[in-house]
Design a protein around this ligand. Structure first.
Ligand code: URP
Ligand code: ZN
Ligand code: ZN
Length: 479
């Protein structure tokens, strides 16, 4: 067989197996995984691991803001950062603003994403569950291949009340879509925030005080219970701690189709980071908040138990400095007026490899499942997330021994800081291949804007409802 490119001499790692083999690629697809392949062009992987390209199913890129502007992380800069860090596919977001529909914003997101250098899809955020959106627009976007919705149970003005959340779950069930949920209790956070500000507790560190783990646990329990009522599979986004993961574990033990994602930051950042001098703590503010340092080991336990099976970045597009960054309201701004979120597109694989594989907490195959195979399967990204004949030739050549000190320059992003600054990691991507083309080599991104492609998602079995309904009555057919 003739190949366009052979990745030669590496150790191929999938979610289940590790084998010394060459990878033969033609027309952007993996055509062979075997010994001693040859082609006019080869990529030397001697001494390196050959992993499936990373799949980041929760990241915010060039997201539109209420003032009509967009995040500072553009598709060009964000996708370059992905490639620099070994990620080849993303699922990012199309937002709905209250009072508006979802079709026009989605068209705008797709127009902007045409500059991407990685493959991409979108979760559709629903903030206003009008009849028009629920009954008319959601079916249209699902037909376009947008097969997941995101809802927020907190944040002004994004959050949905329980009735609206139920309507979204029902719409997803009718249309064969998946639902992802930001689980924190809106009323409890608002109430505590008011009290903290009244007490003069305005600094960044009070962000974590405003939303302790209880509010995440309560909303997670409710999100799961309501999803069970509708018989709709969900993924709980950005689980921050064990007590929340235990809610998911209980649901899973009862056979519910509930999955849990966590993010890089919940293995290494802490609430104490928000107490850095000056305004620096704002660099570590995200929601849910990172917890105490003792939580990290418990999160690894939840990963090893299999309760948490996806690790995303939740990359956020807010800079620190500048008129549109976290600091835009000055260094005395209170935590409520400071934008949430941390960047991490490029840090995700190196930090997780270093903390997980290099420190012996998980094995290589588990690392691949968490960062590529499981997210691809759960979100219906066919042909992504593994190294197998017929799959897209999305690969990362990984040096498992290279030690790198993370600086913001190594992240190759538009965001002007990284919360992982100064962290020394073991393991680093040395080349990234997207559909058979070398897109990054030795830190130099060499892809063209527009080389990424939209990934329409067809129906898939994993998210099919169980068919277990209270009283056997399918509410979703009527409301
Ligand atoms: O703080 C965070 N996570 N910001 C990004 C938006 C979200 O909640 O996912
Ligand atoms: Zn969220
Ligand atoms: Zn997010």
């Amino acid at each position: 067989m003739e190949f366009d490119l052979v990745v030669r001499g590496g150790t191929v790692v999938t979610g289940t197996d590790t084998v010394r083999a060459d990878v033969g690629i033609r027309d952007g697809k993996i055509m062979a995984v075997a010994a001693s392949l040859s082609a006019p062009e080869t990529l030397d992987a001697d001494g390196l691991l050959v992993l499936p390209g990373g799949v980041d199913t929760h990241c915010h890129i060039e997201q539109l803001r209420a003032d009509g502007t967009a995040d500072e992380e553009t598709w060009e800069s964000g996708s370059a950062s992905c490639l620099a860090g070994g990620t080849t596919s993303v699922v990012t977001f199309s937002t709905q603003f209250k009072g508006a529909g979802i079709l026009a914003p989605l068209a705008e997101y797709r127009r902007r994403a045409a500059r991407s250098m990685v493959d991409y899809s979108f979760h559709q955020i629903i903030t206003d569950a009008t009849d028009e959106v629920i009954w008319n627009e959601i079916p249209q976007i699902v037909a376009e291949g947008i097969r997941s919705l995101k809802v927020f149970l907190t944040y002004d003005p994004l959050h949905l009340d329980d009735r609206a959340y139920l309507r979204v779950l029902a719409a997803a069930r009718r249309n064969g879509a998946f639902v992802t949920v930001h689980c924190e209790n809106y009323e409890a956070i608002g109430w505590r925030t008011e009290a903290l500000l009244a007490a003069g507790h305005t600094a960044a560190k009070y962000h974590s005080w405003s939303r302790p783990s209880i509010v995440e646990r309560e909303a997670t329990h409710r999100a799961i219970a309501l999803a069970e009522l509708v018989d709709q599979p969900i993924q709980v986004f950005h689980v921050s701690c064990e007590e929340v993961a235990e809610e998911v574990a209980r649901a899973q033990a009862r056979g519910l189709k509930v999955w849990a994602e966590t993010c890089t930051q919940y293995f290494v950042l802490t609430a104490e980071d928000q107490d850095r001098p000056g305004f620096e703590g704002a660099k570590f503010m995200c929601s849910p908040s990172p917890r105490g340092a003792d939580e990290h080991a418990r999160m690894w336990d939840m990963v090893r138990r299999g309760t948490i099976d996806v690790v995303s970045s939740d990359h956020s597009g807010w800079c620190y400095d500048g008129p549109r960054g976290k600091r835009m309201n000055g260094d005395t701004a209170n935590f409520r007026d400071t934008p949430n979120g941390v960047p991490g597109l490029s840090a995700r694989l190196p930090v997780l490899f270093s903390e997980g594989v290099a420190k012996g907490r998980i094995d290589l195959n588990h690392f691949v499942r968490l960062t590529a195979t499981n997210p691809a399967k759960l979100f219906g990204l066919a042909g992504k997330g593994s190294i197998a004949v017929g799959f897209d030739a999305d690969l990362v050549l990984w040096d498992p021994t290279k030690r790198v000190t993370i600086t913001n320059a190594t992240m190759q992003q538009a965001i002007d800081y990284t919360p992982y600054e100064g962290m020394v990691v073991t393991g680093w991507p040395v080349a990234t291949v997207l559909r058979g083309r070398v897109a990054m080599r030795d830190g130099r991104v060499q892809a063209e804007p527009g080389s990424g492609k939209f990934l329409p998602r067809a129906p898939y079995d994993m998210i099919r409802p169980r068919g277990v309904l209270p009283n056997g009555f399918d509410t979703s057919q009527f409301a």
